[in-house]
Structures are given as structure tokens and as C-alpha cells.
Design a protein around this ligand. Structure first.
Ligand code: PLP
Length: 422
């Protein structure tokens, strides 16, 4: 068993993590840390969290043996943890429920969030609708365009979506704006961060809320592997895409003690790691401070954040959760890349071979698993975190493949039953 107990009392994962925040937020972060420590060990809170995950989200999410795909790869058996089947379509809802439950107990009436792919924004808007809380979501103007179905979903759910026009108009800029809002409105506002980043206690708190993913796998995998008469009762490798790193931490964390299971995070290699157009903070970044914590970031010699690129909005971020930087440093997890092109091919492959339309983010993990499977034996297994579904991405995929994308014919001047001209 691999011994692991992080973060320390001050929220450090080795040299990473910690809390680099303005004075205005220091009190709010301390209050949040105390509330989290209190409620995360309270049976009533845990029971409510479990109830919400079972009855609102639909957990446990299944693990599915991708039989056809495994046969075609001709190596290891590939299993998919189906976070795409959660209510709202991704893993993000697990963490949002936990944080919203804390917000209620702390008497906060206004919720803010940042979002990249829009899945965290949709999850937050969903819970705010249910709990009757005001919801404001910051989203980079580029992401508003490329993930427009999710923008409309958030609005339907009653949230205010604020497009952020500064910087590269993507996730990092949305986080900056959300932080600014929090500083100005800290008394009545709870900031629901969507990944394992931000100042302490966020990285550990979001990890703990997301660990339900890996915990379920620990109980689901032995039976599935026995069915296939596999050598081991847990997977040989666990693979997940890494943006900020919350789906990866959620599935990795319970597996850390299992030293025979390789943990592999897949970053967005964009147009290729050598082109500079990527979001691979762990593979090409260096230590620095971003959004309240020390971690690996993409920066120039002056410490300025460099522009990132990924086909997927949820991975297009110049930083990464500090625990991943530490897991890389101590050698317990490995980090690799999948390019835009590889992710797009994996997206189409999964659609056609297994009948599953994955998110472009998750397609990065699928792409790497497909390569890895070919290098392994048929009695070995790979567990992939399929973090979300790809409905939000079909417009982007249509653009990239030069296809027409269905939109409402009423938008093109046709009369449609149910449309206003009908
Ligand atoms: C479906 C999906 N997967 C993965 C991610 C990346 O986030 P994280 O690395 O925190 O899991 C996102 C972010 O928006 C997402 O929507």
C-alpha cells in the first residue's frame, strides 16, 4: 500500500497548494475551511450528500466494459466510468451539491461560479434553481460561443451568465472575474469553484466531494474484472483528462494506496506540445502562483501567464490543481498529452463503436487509453473516467469536420410547429 496523507493542516501538498489570497478573502476562506471541516465529519451532512447523489444525480454511475473497442484495440480491456450519465451530464454536479449544501448551512444567499465548458455552470445553475439561490456564472466570451448549448441551459435554469471579455476570454479569465466578484460581495456570496484549484481549502474539498467517483469504482471493478477472468481485481491503469483536474482527482484519490494501479492524467496537447499551442501545464509548465495556490502553470520568463489552446473549453486552462503537481513530483501519477486531432478521432470512434457521444474533454482520456491498450496484455485492464457527455460539443465537431449542424429551421426563416411564426 502506498502511504499518502495530504494536504497538511495549511492546505499544502508538498510545496504546492496553500492560500495566496487578498486580505478581504482571508476571513471568508478561514470560515469556509472551518465549515467544511465541521460538516464533512458530521453524519447528518454526509447522509444528505449521499441521498442527493443517489436521488438527484442518479449515482452510482455505471462502469461499462467497452467490449468492441477493447477487441478492436487488441490489448487491454477498456472500462468506462460513466460520469456522462449523471444528471446535468458530467462529474461537475458531485462537487456542486457538496458546496451548495455548505453554502446553505453558512447562510449564503448568492452563488457565483466560473465555467469553461459550461458543465460546471449548468450544474451550479441547476442546484441554485432547486435551492432557491441567486446564481451568477462567469464564462469567457470565447467559451460562450463554443459551448452555446450550455449557455442557454444555464439561462433556462434562471442563472445570469456574464461573458468575460478580458484576456484570452476563456476559463482563466472567468476565474479572475469570479474572484473579483467574491472580493466585492463576500458577505452574502459563496463562490463554488468547479475544480481542484483555488486557495485552500478548495483543492482538498473539491477532491473529497469528487472522490465518490473512485470510491464507487473500487467496489464496482472487482466483479466486472472477475467476469472477464482478469488477473487482478482492480484496474492496471486509471486514465482521466486533466483541465483543473477534478474528475482526475475524484477517480485517482481512492486509488492512490493501490500501488499496482497506474494513475495517468491526460492533458490537452492541443496542436502538439512542441508548437506551444496547448494547455499542458504539468508537462510544459513550471512552479508559480495562480488563482490563489502554488502549482504548475504555463508562464513566460517574466512570470506572465502564456496563452493556452485546446479544442475543449474545459481543458483550456494555464494552471492545474496543486495536488496533481505533487502527485507528479512524488511519482505516484504520470501525466501525458492527447492532441486536438487525437481527441477528435477518439470522439468519433466512441460514437461509432460504442454508441456513446463523449465530451471533447473526456475524449482526450479515451484517445490516450486507446493507445495505451495496444501496449498491454488482454488480461490487463484500463479504467477511463468518461467525465461528461458530448451534446454541448456537436456544434464544434460539426465546424471542425466541415459538416452542417442542425439548428432550428425557424432561425433560417422557416415556419416550424411550436416556433413563433407557426
Ligand atoms: C466533461 C468535462 N470533463 C472534464 C473537464 C475538466 O475539468 P476537471 O479537470 O476539473 O475535471 C470539464 C470542465 O469543464 C468538463 O466539462
Amino acid at each position: 500500500m502506498f502511504e499518502y496523507s495530504y494536504p497538511d493542516a495549511r492546505g499544502h501538498f508538498g510545496p504546492y497548494g496553500g492560500s495566496f489570497a487578498s486580505e478581504t478573502l482571508t476571513h471568508a476562506l478561514t470560515e469556509l475551511g472551518q465549515a467544511y471541516a465541521k460538516y464533512w465529519s458530521e453524519p447528518e451532512f454526509l447522509a444528505e450528500f449521499r441521498y442527493e447523489l443517489a436521488h438527484f444525480v442518479g449515482r452510482p454511475s455505471p462502469v461499462y466494459h467497452a467490449d468492441r473497442m477493447s477487441r478492436e484495440m487488441g490489448g487491454a480491456q477498456i472500462y468506462l466510468k460513466r460520469e456522462d450519465l449523471n444528471h446535468t451530464g458530467a462529474h461537475k454536479i458531485n462537487n456542486v451539491i457538496g458546496q451548495a449544501m455548505l453554502a446553505r448551512r453558512m447562510g449564503k444567499t448568492r452563488i457565483i461560479a466560473e465555467t469553461g465548458a459550461g458543465q460546471h455552470g449548468v450544474a451550479t445553475a441547476t442546484i441554485c434553481a432547486r435551492y432557491g439561490l441567486e446564481c451568477v456564472v462567469y464564462m469567457g466570451a470565447e467559451d460562450v460561443k463554443r459551448q452555446s448549448p450550455n449557455v442557454f441551459r444555464m439561462k433556462l435554469l434562471g442563472a445570469t451568465v456574464i461573458p468575460v471579455e478580458s484576456g484570452s476570454k476563456t476559463l482563466k479569465d472567468a476565474l479572475n472575474e469570479a474572484m473579483r466578484d467574491w472580493v466585492a460581495n463576500v458577505d452574502n456570496t459563496f463562490y463554488i469553484i468547479g475544480t481542484v484549484a483555488g486557495p485552500a481549502p478548495y483543492p482538498a474539498m473539491v477532491r473529497d466531494f469528487q472522490s465518490v467517483i473512485g470510491q464507487e469504482c473500487l467496489t464496482q471493478m472487482p466483479e466486472l474484472l472477475q467476469r472477464q477472468k482478469m488477473a487482478a481485481d482492480q484496474p492496471d491503469a486509471v486514465v482521466a483528462c486533466v483541465g483543473g483536474g477534478s474528475n482526475a482527482m475524484g477517480i485517482f484519490y481512492p486509488y492512490i494506496p493501490f500501488e499496482h494501479t497506474r494513475l495517468i492524467g491526460v492533458e490537452a496537447a492541443g496542436e502538439g506540445l512542441e508548437t506551444g499551442k496547448h494547455s499542458a501545464s504539468l508537462q510544459r509548465g513550471s512552479s508559480g502562483v495562480l488563482h490563489g495556490n502554488r502549482t504548475f502553470i504555463l508562464q513566460d520568463e517574466q512570470g506572465q501567464i502564456t496563452e493556452t489552446h485546446s479544442i475543449s473549453a474545459g481543458l483550456d486552462y494555464p494552471g492545474v490543481g496543486p495536488e496533481h503537481a505533487w502527485l507528479q513530483e512524488i511519482g505516484r501519477a504520470e501525466y501525458v498529452g492527447a492532441t486536438d486531432q487525437e481527441a477528435l478521432e477518439a470522439f468519433h470512434y466512441l460514437c461509432r463503436t460504442e454508441g456513446i457521444i463523449p465530451a471533447l474533454e473526456s475524449s482526450h482520456a479515451v484517445a490516450y487509453a486507446m493507445q495505451l491498450a495496444k501496449t498491454m496484455r488482454a488480461d490487463q485492464s484500463i479504467l477511463v473516467c468518461l467525465s461528461g457527455r458530448g451534446d454541448k460539443d456537436i456544434g464544434t465537431v460539426a465546424d471542425l469536420t466541415g459538416n452542417d449542424y442542425y439548428d432550428r429551421p425557424s432561425m433560417r426563416g422557416h415556419i416550424v410547429k411550436g416556433g413563433h411564426a407557426a
